[in-house]
Design a protein around this ligand. Sequence first.
Ligand code: DX5
Ligand code: ZN
Length: 224
Amino acid sequence: MKKRIILSPSLLSANFGRLEEELFALEEAGLKWVHWDVMDGIFVPNITFGPPVIRQLRKKSKLFFDVHLMIDKPERFFEVFTDAGADLICFHAEASLHLERAVQKVKDLGVKVGVALNPATPLCKIKYLLPDLDMILLMSVNPGFGGQKFIPFTKEKIKELRQLLEEKQLSVDIQIDGGVSPQNIGELASLGANIFVSGSAFFNFPPYGQRYETFLKALKDKGS
Ligand code: DX5
Ligand code: ZN
């Protein structure tokens, strides 16, 4: 099954003092998605932004808001993030005790739903939920910071997950987040990932239009 390919730049590596301009620059560069890393200082050892920031910037941008919640007991906040303008809510399997109920809660709010797995969390955790999901996020670094090194065994997870989805004939997106760059994106796509988050390897190399081209070219060269 041929999957759409999306690059979702992570604002974690953008200039937080100029988020409006950064979003505008992404749109100008032809990007369709933007990745919001929400951190609470509990689930991960770092804090970023919350719903008020997203709400203000929602008014300024047409990009698809891909919201990655790295917060404890995320179900407490699904409504407020949806209301702020999230198009997709992705939360961590490790952070939510009643996972099936949490997934249904996001669906009931009328936005896309994704579940994220930390590098060491096995795929079996979400096996029975697959038909209900729009996306699975496989973390390829331990969440909390940008600019970390890609953890190699994640490749095996991508391959296994894509196989599982194909066996079940499910058209679910596989997002990969952490250490993604033009150097490895082609290989990750060939293993079955189709939505790529990139923070430092994207924002540290302006202009964004050219950088986007570099990522797309790397995908094309690998035949994705
Ligand atoms: C890490 C975040 C990522 C991060 C990726 O906790 O979920 O989205 O921004 O950054 P890079 O691409 O620099 O590894
Ligand atoms: Zn993320």
